[in-house]
Design a protein around this ligand. Structure first.
Ligand code: SF4
Length: 473
């Protein structure tokens, strides 16, 4: 108990703040307003009919007055954003709402989860080398995650997680929490990868790598690029090398070139030959040509074979984004001499660029909801997990569809760009607060031991809270 009678205690998270009249709690999410514990953000409704992704309507404190009509229609969805939490977990979720969805009586259980086990997976569309796998990724000098397995045309980061949130120093936890919060709310975060690369990540925007805006992701690996464009080079050039950190392609040796009748040119490559016309490791990874450390592409060529090469042989070297290109002709000594790119080849380089998709940073929030928050849904928590696994219960985050991992628990991922603005919060423990909703048929809710006594009709909830802020549970 507080000695100050003007203070009230918030029990929405383990911090258990005492909050004075007119003041905010440590997380800014709860306030003491007139002696009443109040969730400071408006509760968010989605109206799905308006557009894909839905128009967002603030539920409490909304701009238009409620006109007394029963609800806005069956497409109104009460999200967990601003709803409050179940903490200390034995309580039923703040909102358990029933509504008719195309004639079926559905129940949606709405709560904000407090997640210690959470993080973000970041996909950065670039072939530039950011760092080797497992290299630490830092913000303000604190490790918040690491580089993980690269994907096709993209570098991947795994950030956050319980070890960085609560398993290290206080500062590491604080910095990790703030970084996850910013990334999840689609704000830019600058990270450094040990070894020197800096990346500014903002969900849904192009990454900025070492101060340079990444415009395009690669069209494919070097071999794929040969396959896609081989026909367009016929008659314009004698050989093409597509430089790529993964697979560098050589037209005259590649199956596509063979198929089109490209003659041998006597070209000799460095690196490991994988299959004809496909080479691994022609250079080290880097931020130069095709995600390698190359600034001079000729450094990956050995001398041409004089039995096959000829004076005047025309060679195009190009990267997988078309960002780098150079044109050479062999002199009498069969040495490549750089010349201006002929207009027709310029067009083919432009075509490569045109076929590259815009580079984006993608942020997926990932968390485990298979713990105590289930008690806010049902008295028999494992039944909720089983219901989710059986696809009877649908999991959404702020109304956005989630991917739930197979196996144990309710480990889910959601694209943060599909949630309404500022859907995530944090508490100082440190942990993230994220919206989560479970929707299922009413009879299924009863069957899993749900808090059926706390189910309220959507129209009643709207009527009750339509014109004022929602008090904390
Ligand atoms: S940190 Fe926020 S949610 Fe936690 S007790 Fe304090 S005011 Fe409540």
């Amino acid at each position: 108990m507080s000695d100050d009678p003007g203070k009230i205690r918030c029990d929405a998270c383990p911090v258990l703040c005492y909050i004075r009249e007119g003041m905010l709690g440590a997380c800014d999410r709860y306030a003491n307003r007139g002696g009443k514990l109040t969730r400071t953000d408006p509760h968010v409704l989605l109206e799905r009919t308006k557009s894909r992704g839905g128009e967002l309507v603030s539920f409490a404190g909304r701009s238009r007055d409620w006109d007394g009509k029963l609800v806005e229609g069956p497409e109104t969805f009460v999200t967990a954003i601003g709803a409050g939490t179940t903490y200390p977990d034995y309580k039923p979720a703040p909102f358990i709402i029933s509504s008719d969805v195309t004639g079926v009586d559905m129940v949606t259980v709405v709560t904000e989860g407090i997640f210690s086990y959470c993080g973000v997976k970041v996909k950065i569309d670039t072939d530039r080398h950011l760092g080797h796998e497992a290299t630490p990724v830092r913000v303000a000098g604190e490790q918040i995650g690491h580089v993980t397995t690269a994907e096709y045309g993209s570098q991947m980061l795994s950030l956050g997680g319980v070890r960085h949130l609560t398993g290290g120093s206080k500062k590491e936890g604080r910095v990790t929490c703030q970084s996850l919060l910013d990334l999840s709310n689609r704000r830019p975060v600058e990270v450094t990868v040990d070894g020197g690369t800096t990346v500014i990540i903002e969900a849904g925007k192009a990454p900025i790598i070492n101060g340079q805006l990444e415009e395009r992701m690669r069209v494919g690996c070097g071999s794929a690029t040969i396959g896609m464009f081989a026909k367009q080079w016929m008659g314009l050039v004698d050989d093409v090398v597509v430089v790529d950190d993964h697979i560098t392609g050589v037209l005259s040796e590649h199956q596509a070139g063979k198929f089109l009748g490209v003659r041998d040119t006597g070209i000799k490559m460095k690196g490991h030959r994988s299959t004809p016309g496909r080479y691994f490791k022609v250079a080290q990874p880097g931020t130069g040509w095709g995600g390698t450390d190359l600034s001079d592409p000729l450094s990956i060529l050995r001398p041409f074979d004089p039995k096959e090469a000829w004076r005047g042989l025309r060679l195009l070297m190009v990267s997988t984004t078309g960002e780098h290109s150079a044109y050479f002709e062999l002199d009498e000594a069969l040495l490549p001499v750089e010349k201006e790119l002929p207009p027709a080849l310029k067009l083919s380089v432009e075509r490569i660029k045109e076929n590259c998709e815009p580079a984006l940073s993608t942020v997926l929030f990932m968390a485990g909801a298979g713990g105590s928050l289930r008690a806010g849904v049902t008295e028999n928590p494992v039944r909720l997990t089983n219901s989710v696994k059986a696809s009877i219960t649908r999991v959404t985050a702020g109304g956005a569809p989630c991917y739930v991992w197979p196996g144990g628990g309710i480990t889910y991922m959601v694209d943060v760009t599909t949630l309404p603005d500022n859907a995530f919060g944090s508490v100082p423990t440190p942990a993230l607060v994220g919206p989560i909703e479970f929707t299922m048929p009413h009879n299924a809710y009863a069957a899993l031991g749900g808090h059926v006594d706390h189910v309220r009709r959507l129209e009643d909830v709207l009527k009750e809270h339509g014109k004022k802020r929602v008090a904390a549970p």
